[in-house]
Design a protein around this ligand. Sequence first.
Ligand code: FAD
Length: 823
Amino acid sequence: QPRVVIVGLGVVGSALADELTLRGIADVTVFDQGPLYVTGGSSSHAPGFVFQTTADRTMTRLAARTLDKLDGVRLDGQWLVKRVGGLEIATTPERLHDLRRRHGLASSWGVPSSLVDADECARLWPGLDPASVLGGFLTPTDGVVKSVPAVRWQAERAADRGARIVGSTRVVGIARKGGRVTGVEVVPVPSRDAAPEHVPADVVVSCAGLWGPGISRDVLGFELPMQPMEHGFGHSGPVPSLAGRNTPLDETSRPMLRHQDFSLYLREYVDRIGVGAYNHRPIPLEQSQIASADEFAATGVHPAMHPLTWDDFAPSWEEARRLLPELRDVAFDTGFNGIFSFTPDGGPLLGPVPGTEGVWLAQAVWVTQSAGVAQVMADWIVSGDPGIDTHGLDHSRFDPALVSRAFTRERAEEAYDEVYDIRHPHRPTARLRGLRTSPFHPRHVAQGAVFGEGGGWERPLWFEANAHLLDGLTTVPARDAWAGEGWSPIAAAEAHVTRTAVALYDLSPLPRLEVEGPGATELLQRLLTNDVDVAIGRVVYGLLLDDRGGILSDVTVTRLGEERYLVGTNGEPDRVRLVEHAPPGVSVRPASPGGCGIGLWGPRAREVLQRVTDDDVSHSGFGYFRARSIRVAGAPVLALRVSYVGELGWELYTTADHGLYLWDTLWEAGQPSGVIAAGRRAFNSLRLEKGYRAFGADMNREHTPEEAGLGFAVRMGKAGFVGRDALATRAAPRRLVPLVLDDPARVVLGGEPVYAADETAAVGYVASADQGYTIGASIAYAWLPARLAEPGTRLEIEYFAERQAATVRAEPLFDAEMTHIRR
Ligand code: FAD
């Protein structure tokens, strides 16, 4: 039985103590630097709005789990959760339209909801001015969580099972030996220069809220992409129309209200209204601006509370009065700037800390997901299996090369600014642009590239220089405004040229690793589903699985030598996994920084490459899924005959110093063949036509290879790979399959619910979707129960509250015979 120390008793630490003891871990100690149970952290001040619906399936389910856990509990007669419902109102046509999309998301993730008209909004919120409102989105199972009682209830349950809950004690250090944690160093608060006391532990979990970045930097030695921010919250004075409406114990009965067009949220507090405001400048805080435990002990001023900056808050108060006429004669009462944390992508930062076994993080979690997150963490710590998709939760999803104070601050400020914006999934960040560019960047710019951003990289989406190619194309359907954002019909032209001539794609941002040293083969054999012990120069597509057979990643492995491999990955979590399992003597090095790559793809790719190399690149001389070092007009290039777009071609990798030369050489050599530069929008469409999956968007650790349609990448005959035994017995009740919409002009973007005839609840949801330009079809890959995944099954996809008829199709939709690729 491990001895567990939890740092911090907010909603996260208390829930984790509860969940761990519930799973039979008896030796749990929680230290909080503040007094119990109002510790002075964020949880001491959260108004506890829990709106479940987000664009992210996992985050929505964690919110639902939080409410389910605390629902019905009473502490000293007080409720912990009150499901008053959530009402999001629209005051602009754009928002009204977007609420239909949110209704779709809620349906996809199983949150009951309905779209309501302005009169219904006014009925639900009698004080609401119906003239201001166009309609609403109602989620009746949303609710308010009382965070301090939730902390106390969960901590007391843990204590009843033997946990020690210790207040006024600060963790100042983490002791390690031989790559393992051995305990923590603690001092009393106020510390008065007390010598630290060592408390032994096998597992230490940082649930330190605002103080997390400091602990990571000072104690663990790495930068945590988490930014504490100030946020205005205030209360009105007593509202006459609310007099007698709620008892102090009942506190609130109307739905929580979100007025996102003004970045505002409100709820009842007995006979007052609480108003939260995101409509102010971001106010990021450094660790030095957050009061220490000793300062809190000396002054009594809560660290997570700063004085209200009225200039920031005043416009929101005015808007609240405009929206709710009942507030117009009511004075503002009190307010404060509360402090809590944002991350670059809005997700929490969870999981084990690489490098020191036994240290874990549960940081940047809101009340909304708190108990759900604690369940996941407890499962993860106790069994190694979090039981849920972690690709958007795992703190190591951020490339360490990207994470800096500046990165975190900029992206978190942007996230704060946009928290209630109608956020299009294709809208790129505006912050820290140009942080990473490939050597081809100047050529991209010269071709009129429109750039997106991913992992800090500038990535061409399409090239305006290709606009003239549209002249010959008559079959590109116009898109509606939503599907058309971050898109251009030029993508269709680029896709067509890739299928009929040849195109250059920038592959530099793809994360690649070099795995080398005695034992490299054994390492990859153990972690991969496919057999990598192949002839040197072969390429293998395989999956990384967890112990239960869930997909952790898909990778392309090229055997470069007896014990040397190039592995194309999905990023930092893959690197961490390989490093963790690597025996001494095997090195795992990132190969992308300082390198670059071009996808040379299309039926005329061979003639272009042959013009600039002396190597034999004929089909017999350079077979499919083979790799070789070649020279391209003198430049050293590692060529892989693979293609993510389903065409003849090569991935050509070289070092950055040769990059521009390689691009220019291929560009020139490609002119007689009609070469173009092509971007990610064309790329995405082509890969969907061919049925190639994207990890994260299409599959994750909740899915088995068979369910994801990747059974071909698993060699069950190969003994001893991680996940194999589980696969042999695990059920596969779902399938990822392509639907084709009846209307080829209607494009969905992912996250939409799928309905079957005679069933009221959604039966599945869309993963990746796009137009298949060269097959003239609108494609939506969807997760469905296996019984509905047979080709020919008629279904409906809901897009902005309209049902679109669609049919399950056999895959791949393009070139099932592989004649394009194997020519
Ligand atoms: P905290 O509650 O801050 O707990 C961390 C604890 O760690 C603290 O008690 C601290 O004392 C302790 N600690 C830190 N360092 C040490 C150390 N070295 N040794 C010992 N103890 C240590 N969320 C929602 O979901 N919905 C909302 O409507 C909402 N509105 C909000 C409005 C305001 C004004 C504020 C302030 C927050 C709001 N939040 C909301 C956010 C939410 O409150 C926080 O995200 C959440 O409470 C964080 O919980 P936590 O347990 O991670 O952190």
